[in-house]
Each structure stands twice: as C-alpha cells, then as structure tokens.
Design a protein around this ligand. Structure first.
Ligand code: UDP
Length: 291
C-alpha cells in the first residue's frame, strides 16, 4: 500500500486560480513484512524501490525537492555494538532491509547530483503503541510479524500464545532486546524533521528515531500484561533466522540537531496499545472480515 503525506501550501497563479504547491513530502509508504520479502523479493523491490523512484521523479517534475523518508534500524543489520550511531556500517540481512538500504543510497546519489534536494532519512527503531484516543492503531493483515501486534492479538483472544523466538541470547533474560518507541513520539519526530528541512545545512542527512533504551521480549510482555490485566501465555521456540540479538539507538544526533526526544516509556506504549486493542479487538474490521 502506498500512502504519501504532503505538506501543502497554496498560491495563486497568473490567472488568479489557486494551485496547490507541494513544499515537502513525507514518504512512509512501503511493504514491511520481512518473511514475505524473502518469498516475494520482486514485489518488495518493485513496490518499495520503484515506488520511491517514481515518487522522486514526480516530486522533481513539480519542483518539490524536500523529502523525509522512513528508513529503518534494519539497515544496521546485526550491529557489532550498541547503541547504534548513524555512522555505523550499513548492511541488510533480508530483501526488505535491502530495499531500505537501496533507497537510502538512491537518496544520497540524488542529493549528490543536485544540491537543491534536501532529504532526511529517519531510521525507525521499533514503533509500537497506538494513538491515545483508541481510534487509530495497528491492524496487520494475516499473522502479525512483529512482537506487539502479536501480543495484542493474544490478549484479545484471537491467538492462543506468543511464540518467543529464542531464549538463549546473551541478554538479561535470554530474549532479544529492541528499542521500542511510541508511535506518537515517532510522529513528532517527523514534524521535527520537516522543520529541519529548512536548515540550509541539510543535504541528505540521517537521524535515528528511538528512545535509546533496550527492552527484552519478556519485559515487553510483562509491561503489556500489567497494562491490560491479561495473561499472555508463552511458547519458547528457537531463534528467528536473521534476528539480531540487541539493537537500540544512539539518540544524541536527533536530540541535538532535530531538538526531538521521545517522551513516552513502555508503560504508555502498552497502555495506549491496549486501549486501542480492547476497543477494536478486530482492528478496523469485524470478526467476520478477519476469518
Ligand atoms: N519476537 C518474538 N515473537 C514474535 C515476534 C517477535 O519473540 O512473534 C521477538 C523478535 O525475535 C525480536 C523482538 O521480538 O527479538 C522484536 O521483533 P519484531 O519483529 O517486532 O521487530 P524486529 O525484529 O524487526 O526488530
């Protein structure tokens, strides 16, 4: 699915008609299921990469050369150390990750070819939670790939147990550690990036959007159980191929240059996600539509 958000302004042309002018584009469209990208690489390369090239061409044709792009911490691959700083070497361990990496490179090439482009690449860590209103939340199709949508579906009774991928990592409790960030903080990070585009120093620049804190799978489950009052049964399984052990962000650059910092912790993430889930146990559809 492709969704583009555009910052718009209007101006009148020589005939006095109002025309829409695009000041900037936030491009957060793309397919994102790692497993599906392994079985359908062409779909991912076509949708994510070709889709982005088309968007960039259309932007250039309309004289709009300001872009904020949703990249991902997946471009750090299995980081040799943490926290991940923006200067870390980049790698991809699956076709989905490769699409993010290639798009970053395309953006760097584009900026090198034409200094009018101003591009900010935002490397998301693990977005979770929902809008506090309970009206907007995540509703994946089919079996959720990510941890928290799966936990949420167990809590509302749609799935029996959470499969924990690996309990033999060298982490505090043996489970994988990630940097979970509330979607509302993530959204604020985009506003900060949009504002930053007006800084003349911006070329093609990259910022991590994370909290800088690592949380294990079991810690997330415990936080969700507390927020929801529901028990999440667990099944311990082997490691998921391609999964890194510990990934969390260095947040210094975003804090200093974007003047942005995540406000919410895992308690708020789980509280808001449960609020959405309990009000919408079948997401945007009905039970029938999910069968
Ligand atoms: N995970 C898990 N069970 C699941 C989904 C994820 O144990 O059903 C673990 C996964 O191994 C990782 C963490 O939860 O350690 C976050 O996984 P997710 O897919 O949400 O994000 P990513 O691995 O892309 O950072």
């Amino acid at each position: 699915m492709l969704v583009f958000y555009c910052a718009l302004s209007t101006c009148s042309n020589f005939k006095g008609y109002y025309v829409i002018r695009f000041d900037a584009v936030i491009h957060f469209a793309g397919l994102k299921a790692v497993g599906e990208s392994v079985s359908k690489p062409l779909l991912y390369h076509d949708n994510n990469i070709v889709g982005t090239i088309t968007l960039l061409e259309v932007m250039a044709a309309h004289g709009c050369k300001n872009l904020v792009f949703s990249s991902s911490a997946t471009v750090y691959g299995w980081p040799k150390k943490v926290p991940c700083t923006e200067e870390f070497p980049l790698s991809a361990v699956n076709p989905y990750g490769r699409t993010k990496l290639f798009i970053e490179e395309i953006c760097r090439d584009l900026r090198n070819s034409d200094s009018q482009w101003k591009i900010i690449l935002l490397r998301y860590f693990n977005p979770v939670g929902a809008h506090p209103s309970g009206l907007i939340g995540e509703d994946p199709r089919g079996t959720p790939n990510n941890l928290m949508p799966f936990v949420q579906q167990v809590a509302v009774g749609r799935r029996q147990a959470l499969t924990v991928f690996g309990k033999d990592y060298s982490t505090k409790d043996g489970t994988g550690v990630r940097d979970y960030i509330h979607v509302v903080d993530l959204a604020d990070g985009h506003i900060a990036a949009l504002k930053k585009l007006s800084d003349p120093k911006i070329g093609c620049d990259v910022y991590n959007l994370g909290t800088g804190k690592g949380t294990s799978v079991l810690e997330m489950v415990t936080a969700f159980e507390k927020a929801s009052g529901k028990k999440i049964p667990l099944q311990i399984a082997g490691r998921r191929p391609g999964d890194a052990e510990v990934v969390y962000a260095s947040i210094k650059k975003a804090e200093t240059e974007l003047k942005w910092k995540a406000k919410y912790g895992i308690e708020e993430m789980c509280k808001d996600q449960w609020n959405w889930a309990s009000k919408n146990p079948f997401g945007y559809g009905s039970l029938e539509s999910k069968k």
